[in-house]
Design a protein around this ligand. Structure first.
Ligand code: ZDP
Length: 279
């Protein structure tokens, strides 16, 4: 199976051309390929295939084999991938995802592609859309969750996939590997959740660390950066445009007047190869 390995701010993916490759079982393929010791190593597996409603259909599988509705960093990589592998000559495409149509466009500098800007669609704040269960205010802004013996306050936002965003004074002090999976799998989130801890630097800058549903600690998360900005605005901590500092680098995020979120950042191909599926 031919593949291409990509990363966006250190959030890394294996992209497979679904027009050519036939994978019998995406879930077990994702687990096998994403394994960092027994496979290629990646946070997720992405399959690009035909769509009847968009230029391409994009499916995303986390390293644990679960399917994610959406993924921001992947989308920037996929825009470059379809353009540079000549699946399209358009510099902007539409992608069918479980979270609806997503529209990335290439970013150029001096005629060379440097990354992509993505229309990530509108955030969803209804409890049923996240989904979040419990008797909370709607939208769930700074609501308390009982996690083990502690109470964790946060804001729930869906970018097609679920996020829970908690503001803290110092993100470096958070034991993410300890608290992340507890919130991810807590009874409040029937489809689990991605977990973000965020420090406000000023009204235009945030620092964020993420525990991803189905993948654990990653260096960056595009949907998480969008959810973070939405939570920051709802909590009146930043303006509608901010730079989000992630362990893997910086993303520019904007919550437009049309309510859509936009992210701009790099996307880089790392290597190509042929994987021998053992499933
Ligand atoms: O929602 C989920 O299960 C996520 N783990 C999907 C991946 C999100 C991602 N990090 C992003 O950039 O939005 C790829």
């Amino acid at each position: 199976m031919l593949f291409s390995k990509w990363q966006g701010l250190g959030n890394d993916f294996v992209i497979v051309n679904g027009f050519q490759e036939n994978i019998p079982d995406y879930c077990s393929a994702a687990k096998e390929i994403c394994d960092r010791h027994f496979g290629v190593g990646a946070d997720g597996l992405v399959i690009i295939g035909p769509s009847s409603t968009a230029d391409f259909r994009m499916r995303i599988f986390n390293s644990d084999g679960s399917e994610a509705e959406m993924c921001g960093n992947v989308t920037r990589c996929v825009m470059r991938y379809v353009y540079e592998s000549a699946l399209t000559d358009k510099t902007s495409v539409s992608l069918e995802t479980m979270a609806g149509l997503i529209r990335p466009e290439l970013l150029f500098s001096d005629g060379a592609v440097i990354g992509a800007r993505v229309d990530m669609g509108i955030p969803r704040l209804k409890l049923s859309e996240i989904p979040l269960t419990g008797s909370f205010a709607e939208p769930a802004v700074n609501v308390p969750l009982e996690i083990g013996s502690q109470t964790v306050y946060g804001t729930a936002v869906s970018m097609g996939n679920p996020h829970f965003v908690t503001f803290v004074d110092d993100v470096a002090a958070v034991d993410l590997a300890e608290i992340g999976p507890k919130i991810e799998t807590s009874r409040y989130f029937p489809r689990k959740t991605n977990v973000e801890f965020v420090q406000v630097l000023n009204r235009q800058e945030l620092r964020m660390r993420v525990w991803e549903r189905g993948a654990g600690i990653t260096l960056a998360c595009g949907t998480g950066a969008c959810a973070t900005l939405v939570a920051a605005v709802l909590n009146n901590k930043t303006d509608r445009k901010a730079e989000v500092h992630l362990p893997g680098g910086n993303l520019f995020v904007e919550w437009g007047e049309n309510e859509h979120l936009y992210i701009s950042g790099p996307a880089t191909e790392v290597f190509r190869g042929e994987f021998l599926l053992h499933l």
